[in-house]
Design a protein. Sequence first.
Length: 305
Amino acid sequence: MQADRHDAEEGQIVSSTETPLRSLLFVPGDSERKQTKALTSGADALILDLEDSVAEAQLPAARAQVLQFLQANPSGGTGPQRWVRLNGPGSGKLREDLRAVIGGRPDGLVLPKVSSAREVAEVSGLLKDPGIRIIAIATETPQALLTLAYYGTGAAGPRLAGLTWGMEDLSAALGATEKTNPDGTLTPVFELARSLCLITAAAAGVQAIDGVHADFRDTAGLTREAGRARRDGFTAKLAIHPDQVPVINAAFSPTQTEVEHAKRVVAAFAGEGNAGVTSLDGKMLDRPHLVLAQRVLELSRRTGG
């Protein structure tokens, strides 16, 4: 699920063979009913949650339920990918979570409250199945923000498939009383966390996944937020309710207008013998425009557009 990469000199897309994830839906690990319903939500991936949505006393039952779900819905089918959010590296619960669910062969693991790329590499070292990937929630501790640059050096290991960001735990650690301004925009410190997550994911060559929109009844707000995320460069978004999934999938799928424009950009460069510079509709285009157009066409192809 790694994001497309390109060679800066040649401007050529190096595509993953997988369809990129657009929507990743959190589902409580202890609810068989919600897990079954989530299968038909249209989400590209389900994140079976053993962390925030599960009470401490319910954790053993949740682990057993997640394993049962994974075994009943094996990887490689036509449905959504199956990911598991473990408890964080510092919780004392991660290894037991892992032992309980790994027999179900999930497609990947989501690691919360990660403070460094090294912690991701340590969890990766516990895994034997080469197909299991990792998404890190990379901004939930103050230390995490100070060590983000190491993801770009490959310190997290080859299993890293995506980075996402969250602000609830970070706000508690900082003692922040507000996370948004009166107009709904993020306050500077949380805007910084979001932006650093996006930049770090690009540097690491993995998917940048925008965080949740907590008010699942606010469809208009979600639409604005998802649209902004895609414009900024995020390639996916987390969901906390099935009703959010269609909005997110639409936001991260190229429109027909975008596809047609991308085709014209590619054709313009081809008409110039793939020169470094060309023009279209009176505007100059250079190699970054071609790379962007190729990316739109590849995403359209892989998402069935």
